[in-house]
Structures are given as C-alpha cells and as structure tokens.
Design a protein around this ligand. Structure first.
Ligand SMILES: Cc1cc2nc3c(=O)[nH]c(=O)nc-3n(C[C@H](O)[C@H](O)[C@H](O)COP(=O)(O)O)c2cc1C
Ligand code: SF4
Length: 436
C-alpha cells in the first residue's frame, strides 16, 4: 500500500493557508535563503539530480530544460509559469495557487535565480478571478517582506514578478501560444524550432514551466535531491498531485508518489460514490489521454507504466465514470470542447475536430451508421501526428480509445435509435446523483 505524501498540500486545511505567515510557519522561504548562498549552476544540477519531470503533462526533465538556456549574454532571460490549467478534469494548479500560493512564488524566486532571470511572469487562466486576486496578494506580500524586488536580502539579486490573466482559451496553455498571448498577440502555437529556451518571450531565452513543477522546487531544495528521487519509481521520481473527480466518494487532490495505482487512490477516496455501481472508464491524465477501464486499476501511475498500458500520465486528472455513464455522450462532450478550442491554425485540427463533432453528435442521437465508426477512426488517423500542436492529437484520444473498449456501446446507440442510457441517471450532475 502506497501512502500519501502531503508536501505541497500539507497545510491546505489551515484556516489562513494562503498567507505568508502560514507559509513561513511551515518552513516557507527557507529554501530561497539557501539558494541565494549557492551558485546558480548548482541549483540547476540539483534539479537534474532530483529527477523532477514537468508536471504540466509532457513530463520533460525540468533541470535539463533549465540547462538548455544559452550562456548569459547580458540581455534579459525570462521565466514564464504556465498557470493556464484548462484541460477538462485537470484541477491541481488552481487549488494549489488558491490554498498555498507562496509555494509557487518561492519556486519562482529560486528558479529565476538559478537561470539568471530578473523578470518572471505567471500566466494565469483568465476565468479564475478569485485565484488572480489571491496570487496578486501573495506577490504583494512577498514584495512587502523584501523577498521580491531590488537587491533581495542584500544579495544583489533583483526579481520582478508579473501576474498576467489570460482571456480564457485552452490553446493558450500550449507554451508557445502562451508566449504569443503574453506578448499581446492572438494565442496560436509557434513553429519550433526555435524553442523557447533560445527564442521565447520577446525572442529572448525563456523557461516555461508548469505551476506544480515550479512549486516543487522549494521542497526539493530544502530536503535534498535524494529525498525527492527516493520517492516514486525509477524513471518517474518524486510526488505529484492526483486529482480525483466524478463518481468517487471523496473527490479532491491526493498528493502521492508517482507509481501509485488508481485502486490505491480509490481506497483512500472512499471508493466509488455508489458502491453498487461498477467503475466503467476513467482518464489517467485528463481528457486528452486515452481512456482506461476497470482492467487498468492496477497500472502504476507513472509516465512509463501508463504509456506502456496505452495512455499517458498527463496531468494526473483522474476522472472516474461508473456504469451509469454513456461513454458516447462523454466523448461527444469532450469532442465539442476540442472543436470549440481548436485555434484554427492548421487544417487537420480545424476541419477534423469539426467533423468529429458532427459524427459523435449524430451517433449519440442514434443516427448515422456503423460506417461512421470507421470514418471517425479515419479522421483521427488524419489528425494524429499531422496537426501543428498537441491539441489536435489530444482530441483523438477519447474517440479512438472509446471505440477500442466500447465499440458495442456505439452500435447499441444505432440499434436502439438513440442513447440507451437514462440521460438523467447517467449525468454526473443529475439531482439524484449528487451526494447529500
Ligand atoms: C493545448 C495544450 C494545452 C496545454 N495546457 C497547459 C496548461 O494549462 N498548463 C501547463 O503547464 N501545460 C500545458 N500544456 C503543456 C505546455 O505546452 C508545456 O509543455 C508545459 O507548460 C511545460 O511545463 P513543464 O515542463 O513544467 O510541464 C498544454 C499543451 C497543449 C498542447
Ligand atoms: S492542432 Fe489545433 S490548436 Fe494546434 S495549431 Fe492546429 S488548429 Fe491550432
């Protein structure tokens, strides 16, 4: 049995968890103190040694990313924190910034020092105005305490932090679209190379990292790279926040070593919301990751094992659906999301997601034919690997995986002349499905 490892979530229950005072009571800002006495290169090495991999989805080694910046040339270098969190099901960065924003601010200060950045940006999803206010206040508190600004604690290190609220577009979470948006342009992905490390924000060397990646840096520095590397699995080290949502008794954030299984997490979360109802399907890492079923309850939730089982760890957004859920309907809803959020830059995704939605919609309504399933798979095949960015690939995941596991349910819609499920009972939001 794997235990939880509450580190970033340790004091979320504290009545004033978001204040600098609470953070300091929990060893907050001690790591930054330590960092200022170290050489920046040693901090990059420590992050490499810890094995920390990006928590934004792709799992790229964080220290290695910092190491890609070219040597300083006297011009500005930037850290941009990706706080756009918009993937359906993903809900870890927003609660983290709401409950304990100082983790992120201290992580920003340490990372900026490590990479030689004097102006860092936090690009936040625009809809979460309450988080925007909380972050602004947290940054203000850090300035007032002399932890940000000019010549911090007499070290000679200067750091300005800007919190920027986006306008609510999923594509602005893609790191280069985010940079375009931050520069004031329409958010659309950039052609790579050049990669942001070479020419990022304002064409200057830039590190883009996820909120949880950066927030993990202070505990790593405080406790040591080995402490972090000893948790998790051989190639997926450390801990992460697993977000359980849907048909589960106690949904929420569970911080645990990578490699924990859904069976273990479900045990901790009190099991399925209705114990009489079987687990039907789930996403290991948000809606862009291929679906799993109850056959996958014991797959270790680390990058390698989830990949070997045919999906992706993504953002550890575990959306749980019981047998009352119509998979065709769920896939249709996700497909509508991708169609809506496609930025339109490339043809396979712009046109493909529109056609996918037409077909999933008519299948859910019992119209169309069995050939539509082959058409769906064919369109997915024309998007996967041919789209300009990973949004297009992500749009195909729920479709191909649901046809793989639940083809007969699609067919049942056709033979039934409509959805065979009781729509109200199958909805997560139906009145009699919401726990008292
Ligand atoms: C459509 C799309 C949306 C994304 N949204 C986010 C997001 O909200 N937050 C995030 O950290 N990464 C997101 N990413 C991944 C980023 O492009 C990038 O890989 C990540 O910010 C790197 O940080 P990390 O190395 O710390 O994980 C998204 C990617 C795509 C293609
Ligand atoms: S894959 Fe979709 S979101 Fe990405 S660039 Fe192409 S149209 Fe835009």
């Amino acid at each position: 049995m794997t235990n939880l490892t509450p580190i970033l979530t340790k004091f979320w229950d504290d009545p004033q968890s978001w204040t600098l005072e609470t953070y300091r009571r929990n060893d907050g800002w001690k790591a930054f103190d330590k960092a200022l006495k170290m050489e920046p290169a040693a901090l990059v090495q420590m992050t490499k040694d810890s094995g920390l991999r990006g928590r934004g989805g792709a799992g790229f080694p964080t220290g290695m990313k910092w190491g890609f910046l070219p040597p300083p040339d006297g011009g500005p270098r930037y850290l941009v924190v990706n706080a756009d969190e918009s993937e359906p099901g993903t809900c870890k960065d927003i609660p983290l910034m709401m409950a304990a924003p100082q983790f992120l601010i201290e992580g920003v200060a340490i990372t900026s020092y490590a990479i030689g950045c004097n102006h860092a940006f936090i690009y936040l999803r625009g809809e979460v105005v309450h988080v925007y206010r909380r972050l602004l206040r947290a940054v203000e508190e850090a300035y007032a305490a002399g932890l940000l600004g000019k010549n911090i604690m007499g070290s000679g290190f200067d750091l300005e932090v800007t919190v920027h609220a986006g306008a609510g577009a999923y594509i602005c979470g893609e790191e280069t679209a985010l940079l375009d948006s931050l520069e004031g342009r329409r958010g659309q992905p950039r052609l790579k190379p050049p990669f942001p490390a070479v020419a990022g924000l304002y064409a200057r060397p830039t590190v883009v990292n996820n909120v949880e990646s950066i927030a993990s840096v202070p505990p790593i520095l405080l406790h040591g790279a080995d402490w972090f590397a000893d948790m998790g699995t051989e190639k997926s080290q450390g801990f992460g926040i697993f977000s359980l949502s849907g048909h589960v008794k106690n949904p929420g954030q569970y911080e645990a070593p990578l490699g924990i299984t859904l069976r273990e997490l479900l045990d901790m979360a009190g099991g399925m919301r209705d114990p009489q109802k079987k687990l039907k399907f789930w996403t290991p890492g948000g809606s862009s990751t291929p679906l799993f079923t109850d056959e996958h309850l014991d797959v270790p939730l680390d990058f390698e094992s989830v990949g070997a089982a045919g999906s992706m760890l993504g953002t550890r957004a575990l959306q749980i659906f019981d047998e009352t859920t119509c998979v065709v309907r769920a896939v249709d809803r996700w497909t509508e999301f991708y169609k809506h959020e496609s930025c339109g830059k490339c043809t396979p995704c712009r046109e493909g997601t529109w056609w996918l939605k037409q077909i999933t919609g008519r299948l859910e309504n019992g119209q169309g034919s069995e050939e539509d399933l082959e058409k769906l798979l064919d369109i997915c095949d024309n998007i996967l690997g041919r789209a300009f960015c990973a949004l297009g690939d992500g749009a195909t995941s729920p479709i191909t995986s649901s046809i793989q596991y639940f083809r007969e349910e699609y067919i049942a819609h056709l033979t039934n002349g409509g959805c065979p499920f009781d729509r109200d009972a199958s909805s997560l939001f139906a009145k009699d499905n919401v726990p008292a």
